[in-house]
Design a binder for this molecule. Sequence first.
Ligand SMILES: C[S@@+](CC[C@H](N)C(=O)[O-])C[C@H]1O[C@@H](n2cnc3c(N)ncnc32)[C@H](O)[C@@H]1O
Length: 256
Amino acid sequence: MTRDHVSINRDIWNADAANWVEVGERLWGLETPEWGRWGIPDEGLNLLPPDMTGIEAIELGCGTGYVSGWMTRRGARVTALDVSAEQLATARRLAADHGADITFIEGNADETGLPDSAFDFAISEYGASIWCPPATWLREARRLLRPGGQMVFLGNHPLSLICAPIDGSPCDLTLHRPYRGMCGADWTEVDYEPTGICFNLTISSWMALFTDIGFDVTGYQELYAPDEAFGTRAAVPASWARRYPVEQVWHLKKPE
Ligand SMILES: C[S@@+](CC[C@H](N)C(=O)[O-])C[C@H]1O[C@@H](n2cnc3c(N)ncnc32)[C@H](O)[C@@H]1O
C-alpha cells in the first residue's frame, strides 16, 4: 500500500494539474468558503475559525491554494505546502491575482522539514488528509502545532470507499471491500478515471490513532450531498451521497 506513494502521487498531480485550474479559479473567487465535492457552505460546518487574525496557519497538500487564500482573508499568516510543483504554480499565480501573501513550499506533508510548534492551526482538504498515510502525516502535523493548536481535515468517508467498485467506477449500494482492516486504496491501475494512492481508516482506527499520537477530538462531521445535488462527482453519484456520508471532517486539538 505504501509503495512509494509520495513520488507516485506527485507525478499524477503534476500531470493532472491543468485539469484543476478552472475549479481553483472558481474557488479562489468565492466570498465564503464551501467544502468538499458538493460545495457545502461553511456556515454550520465551521472548518475555519471566523477570525484568524494573527494566527499562523499551514495547509498540508494545498493544491491550487484556495483554502489558504480563504485563511489569509480571515487574517491568518499562511504557509501552504504541496508536493506538486505544477499545482503550486497554479496556486502562486492565483495568490498573486488575488493579492494574497502566502508562503508556498514544495514538499512532502509526511516530512515537511519545518520547525516544531510553529503553527496555531493546520488544515487539509483532500490533501495530505487522503494522499498520505494517516499515522505519518498526522504525527508530522502534531509536531508542527503549538500546544493548544488545532487541526482540521476533510477527506473521503470510509463508507464511500467500501461502496466503491474495485474497477474505480462510481459508488453503488454493494459493499465491495471489507471495512475491517481498511487502510485505503490504490487507484493507479483502475479502469475508470485512474488516480493515485489514497489512505483511509475505519472510524475506530482513526480514534485509536488520534489517542496514540496525542490529539484530542473536538468534533466529527459526516457530509452528504445537498438535496438538490445531481450528477456524479469524483466517482460518487449525488443519489448515493444524499443518503450516505461521502466525506468526513475531523476537528482535533493538540493538548496544552
Ligand atoms: C485535490 S488536491 C487538494 C488540495 C485542494 N483542496 C484542492 O482541491 O486544490 C490534492 C493535493 O494533494 C497534494 N499531495 C499529494 N500527496 C502529497 C504529499 N505527500 N505532500 C503534500 N501534498 C501532497 C497533491 O499534489 C494535490 O495538489
